[in-house]
Design a protein around this ligand. Structure first.
Ligand SMILES: [Zn+2]
Ligand SMILES: [Zn+2]
Length: 257
């Protein structure tokens, strides 16, 4: 029936990378440089989420860089540095020290988009970088879950013996989301539809491995790793705000038939 449902023909596919850290927190490059690198590998959009800051948004750095749209949110954590949560479509950072169940609720009330970050990660190898799993599954009101996070998979696969290989070829480890998170995602979806996204959690850390100075997870390598493809119902217009709205709408699962 006309106008009642969308068909595959109505969709426009765009490809982007989610969960990016810049020099505004513990990443290593400027938004401009990161966007340029994304453009070189043909990404349509980037979603930047620095820890507890929207400074790049307030500096007016959101927008198109060539053909790549850069959207800026932030990453929040609870007082124990667990329960990391990617927050978009907001203009203010919540005060620190709030518990997960409260900030999930507050972000929803403010009309923000929230994605549970690296929910099931296990890190045993690098003492300096402990794991930050999601622990409060009683919360409700989030829009999405990172069902595949490159940093988590990389950290879980890391052993004393493969460290050099893993550092040099960080994409080789990628296999799939874990069975653990897929089970949680399935359970949540029995109750309500929750979007699953793939994220890269890129920082491009400089790291010293014996005599070698290497960059763990360079932006360009990560941008060719886990990408999220969105199907938009809105036609391309070249208008940044329209595209941003369409991306957030899709990530909220509103484009699902
Ligand atoms: Zn995190
Ligand atoms: Zn992060």
């Amino acid at each position: 029936m006309q106008g009642e449902s969308s068909t595959a023909r109505d969709y426009r596919e765009i490809v982007g990378a989610i969960h990016i850290h810049s020099k505004y927190s513990d990443g290593t490059k400027s938004i401009e440089d990161i966007a340029r690198i994304a453009g070189e590998v043909g990404l349509d959009f980037l979603m930047v989420s620095d820890h507890m800051t929207l400074e790049p948004l307030h500096r007016g750095l959101e927008g198109f860089y060539g053909k790549t749209a850069v959207l800026i949110g932030y990453e929040v954590n609870d007082p124990d540095d667990k329960n990391h949560y990617l927050v978009f479509d907001v203009n203010e950072v919540l005060p620190s020290g709030i518990k997960a169940n409260e900030y999930v609720k507050l972000i929803k009330e403010k009309g923000g988009l929230g994605i549970i970050a690296h929910p099931d990660e296990i890190r045993t190898r690098l003492v300096k970088y402990p794991s930050y799993p999601w622990t409060d599954w009683h919360v409700d009101g989030y829009d999405g879950i990172e069902i595949w996070n490159h940093m988590s998979e990389w950290m879980e696969s890391l052993s004393r013996w493969n460290m050099l290989k893993m550092a040099v070829s960080p994409r080789r480890v990628l296999k799939s989301p874990t069975g653990r998170i897929l089970q949680i995602w399935d359970e949540v979806n029995q109750r309500r539809k929750v979007v699953g996204v793939g994220s890269i959690d890129v920082h491009a850390y400089p790291y010293r491995l014996g005599p070698l100075r290497i960059t763990i997870f360079p932006y360009k390598v990560q941008f060719k790793a886990i990408r999220t493809h969105l199907l938009l119902t809105e036609p391309a217009s070249g208008d940044f705000n329209a595209l941003k709205k369409a991306i957030y709408r899709s990530l909220r699962g509103k484009n699902n038939p």
